[in-house]
Design a binder for this molecule. Structure first.
Ligand code: GDP
Length: 369
């Protein structure tokens, strides 16, 4: 019988028959890989060498199967979320799937938020939001997976809460889970970049096991795709623009009622009614907001999307979904969140509207900052 092989990038079972399925690698590449002692599937190989992602089909059933597995296990569940895209990175209904297992909530990418923000405030805010979703984490930790020193704290917490059990690391795609796992591996085994990481959603495909000291395992699970994230509607180059790379610089605007703010061509914020006030945009530093009059905003968008208002790029405009409007009457300091792109903080009572491409969520939440 043939020996079963697994991709060292994503953990998928290696196969040479079906190019569009998980774990595919051409026979010749497989032989070469075996010679070098490093077998990657074609997808991970391309990603590592050309920074290029290939689509592979993953079904909702796979995710359900994974979530059900969590409930059956006796384990610590580490749920990694992207603090910059908090709402977009929650797993709907996670609390129902975990059963009695404790959940450690990890807010990753904390490096993107202004340094002035107090960590205690941030974790408190996360706790409140988690409770609203029915999730009661045993603890909340902020991390930056890019900084190895922060991993020591995370590992200590994991040791504390796992209490001799297995660990499952779960999260939606793109929260930085692979980066975090790579750091954990580096710290525990000294092997660098064993798992594929990328800035494109949906990279980690199958469960990866990392042995722990006491015969238990830490499992890295596939990223769960959250369809309402902006990232799924954009090309690779645009994804690089919308994903912040470093600390975001809040952009403050004094607006009068009847003014509109465009966030590139991706989203739109209308100030409809209220006293003149400040509004703060928290988006990647590479996205240029544009201010215009509300009454002219529709025409402005039609004329400038793909041009002055980018992304989308000119060649993507025709396929880019139309913007859909959501109106809100705001009473207290509130964030209008554009899933995966960022948010605008409204500081005083106002009637506003948020617009996002059809399929992308716009929502409100208690202001984070
Ligand atoms: P996964 O899909 O959850 O496994 O996410 P990846 O580990 O592939 O990371 C997705 C993107 O987020 C990559 O571009 C990473 O470089 C980036 N990333 C991961 N962790 C951090 C972090 O702590 N801070 C910042 N700024 N970016 C991060």
């Amino acid at each position: 019988m043939e020996e079963e092989l697994f991709c060292i990038g994503c953990g998928a079972k290696i196969q040479t028959e079906q190019p569009k399925e998980l774990g595919y690698t051409p026979q010749s590449a497989l032989e070469k890989g075996l010679e070098n002692g490093e077998v990657y599937c074609q997808r991970c190989f391309r990603l590592r060498h050309y920074n290029e992602i290939q689509d592979v089909s993953l079904t909702d059933d796979d995710f359900l199967r994974l979530l059900n597995e969590l409930g059956k296990a006796d384990a610590l569940i580490v749920n990694v979320v992207d603090i910059f895209d908090f709402n977009g990175s929650l797993i709907p209904g996670l609390h129902r799937f975990v059963g009695d297992n404790p959940v450690l909530l990890v807010g990753n990418k904390v490096d993107l938020l202004p340094k002035s923000l107090k960590r205690g405030r941030l974790t408190q805010w996360m706790r409140e939001r988690a409770h609203e979703e029915g999730l009661r984490p045993v603890d909340i930790l902020l991390t930056s997976a890019r900084k190895s020193n922060e991993m020591t704290d995370l590992l200590a917490k994991i040791e504390e809460y796992r209490d001799g059990r297995d660990v499952y690391v779960v999260g939606v795609t793109n929260v930085g889970k692979s980066t975090l796992i790579n750091q954990i591996i580096k710290q525990t085994a000294g092997v660098q970049d064993l798992i594929t990481t990328s800035q494109f959603p949906g990279t980690t495909l199958d469960k990866i096991e990392i042995p722990l000291d006491d015969g238990h395992y830490l499992f890295d699970t596939p990223g769960i795709i959250h369809r309402h994230q902006m990232a799924h509607y954009l090309g690779k180059k645009d994804l690089k623009i919308i994903a912040p790379h470093k600390e975001i610089k809040p952009k403050v605007y004094q607006l009068n009622a009847g003014q509109t703010l465009f966030l590139g061509g991706l989203a739109r914020f209308d100030f409809i009614q209220g006293e003149r006030a400040s509004f703060v945009a928290y988006v990647s530093n590479d996205i240029e907001p544009h201010r215009t009059k509300l009454e002219k905003a529709d025409a402005f968008y039609d004329k400038h999307k793909g041009g002055l208002l980018q992304p989308p790029r000119p060649d993507e405009v025709s396929a880019f979904p139309e913007l859909v409007r959501f109106e809100y009457s705001i009473k207290e300091k509130t964030d209008i969140v554009f899933a995966g792109l960022g948010w605008v903080t409204v500081t005083t009572p106002a009637v506003v509207a948020g617009w996002a491409p059809k399929g992308v969520d716009v929502l409100t939440r208690k202001a984070l900052i």
